[in-house]
Design a protein around this ligand. Structure first.
Ligand SMILES: C[S@@+](CC[C@H](N)C(=O)[O-])C[C@H]1O[C@@H](n2cnc3c(N)ncnc32)[C@H](O)[C@@H]1O
Length: 403
């Protein structure tokens, strides 16, 4: 974690601080952010600068497309309460794991699980096939003989997690297995050996124990009258304003989010194994159900280059987001486009139709006055092959238009 806050790094002026933080290309690090490499993650430095600029401790922040939970982690670390909504059960699991405020009993139970880890993986001991997941297709592309050792190691790890009874410790332990399996399987040229997998598992258990402890100590050091809350809801954002848990925290001070991007498909819900074969394993390892295709998570329809489904879904979500907002709620989004010239005007039109008014007050004189940033190291796919996909992102500010 950065020892300095964005305001200390870049100066006290809110707009200038956010501009500098948005352009910061540092790798995602600190607290619990690396408990899982969620695709298209926010930069925590940018998130922190926005939360500091628009909220105070005790305020609520909502992220209606919360993904890997970057907004939630930064919010609670700054003493704000946070509510995240995501259509993916994997995203909600990861957000929950990253925002756990573990009790002493959880840390002890997790410590005992860590001590048992060296014996948890044993190629000569019986395996633990999870039949309900296997029968439902969650082992797809990992069924081959070339994967049997890693598969067995992962199954034995999950079996050991299932014996952890303390809820917080159980979630953290499961996330350790998820993170290690992602390291072992996702987008790799070579498969690690079982010995390497075991070493990585033990390393991750230590790193994630320390990350969870750092989050707890960071929150405790704020000396707040009440510990901040983090809530992760697994559902579509469209219609979420009718849920009691959402109504309870509305209107929030800040809505901070990055929705799925138009024209760019990001594999939020699969790992790529053996070249580019898509594996649904993360759901099985997280103990969640998927059952949905790519367009479910990207609001899109890969076969429709006109992006009609995308904009229809976007509108349904933002109508709900506008209902969650109050007159003082600031809505901050970071969005990437495959063809900004064509897509940004349509995107802004949807915002307007949902009753949101744009503010452009960054003090940037060149271009369109908006805050753009180059995207570092992203593995995205655009529908239109001729364009560099998602090479640039824009930060948009909106408020609810007065009636
Ligand atoms: C760009 S990612 C968000 C990444 C996040 N900012 C982070 O730091 O990890 C967009 C997220 O929107 C979610 N999503 C897509 N359609 C949705 C919908 N209709 N309602 C809620 N979430 C949705 C996807 O599952 C994905 O996790």
């Amino acid at each position: 974690m950065n020892a300095l806050s964005p305001a200390q790094m870049y100066g006290p002026n809110d707009a200038a601080t956010i501009v500098r933080a948005a352009q910061d290309g540092s790798r995602v690090a600190g607290l619990t952010h690396n408990f899982y490499r969620y695709p298209a993650r926010f930069s925590p430095i940018f998130v922190r600068s926005v939360i500091e600029a628009y909220t105070k401790p005790g305020d609520w922040v909502i992220d209606p497309f919360s993904g890997g939970g970057t907004t939630l982690v930064e919010a609670v670390a700054l003493g704000r309460n946070a509510l995240g909504i995501d259509i993916s059960s994997l995203a909600s699991f990861v957000s929950e794991a990253k925002t756990l405020q573990l009790s002493d009993a959880d840390f002890s139970a997790f410590g005992r699980w860590r001590m048992r880890l060296p014996d948890a993986i044993n190629m000569h001991a019986p395996g633990w096939r999870f039949d309900s997941y296997a029968d439902a297709g969650y082992y797809r592309n990992l069924e081959g003989v070339e994967f049997w050792r890693l598969r067995k190691a992962i199954e034995q790890c999950i079996a050991s997690v299932e014996r952890v009874r303390c809820n917080g410790a159980h979630i953290l332990a499961r996330c350790v297995v998820l993170k290690t399996a992602q390291w072992a399987l996702d987008s790799r040229k070579t498969r690690p050996s079982v010995a390497q997998f075991k070493a990585e598992l033990i390393k991750q258990a230590k790193v994630m124990f320390e990350g969870a402890l750092e989050l707890r100590e960071t929150i405790q050091s704020l000396n707040l009258p009440m510990a901040p809350r983090a809530i992760s809801i697994n559902r579509t954002t469209a219609g979420a304003e009718t849920e009691a848990s959402v109504q309870d925290v509305c209107p929030p001070k800040l809505i901070l989010t990055s929705p799925p991007y138009p024209g760019i498909h990001v594999l939020y819900h699969r790992w790529q194994v053996d070249g580019r074969k898509e594996a649904p394993a993360p759901f099985w390892i997280a103990g969640k159900l998927d059952g949905a295709g790519l367009s479910h998570y990207t609001m899109g329809d890969r076969k429709n280059p006109g992006l009609n489904s995308y904009f229809k879904n976007l509108e349904a979500s933002f109508r709900s987001i506008a209902r969650m907002a109050g007159p003082k709620t600031m809505i901050v989004q970071m969005v990437a486009f495959s063809e900004a010239d064509r897509q940004l005007p349509r995107y802004l039109q949807v915002m307007q139709e949902c009753g949101l008014e744009e503010e452009v007050n960054w003090g940037i004189d060149d271009g369109d006055g908006r805050l753009w940033r180059d995207v570092p190291n992203r593995k995205w796919h655009a529908h239109q092959k001729s364009h560099a996909p998602g090479a640039r992102e824009v930060v948009l500010l909106h408020r609810k238009a007065s009636a």
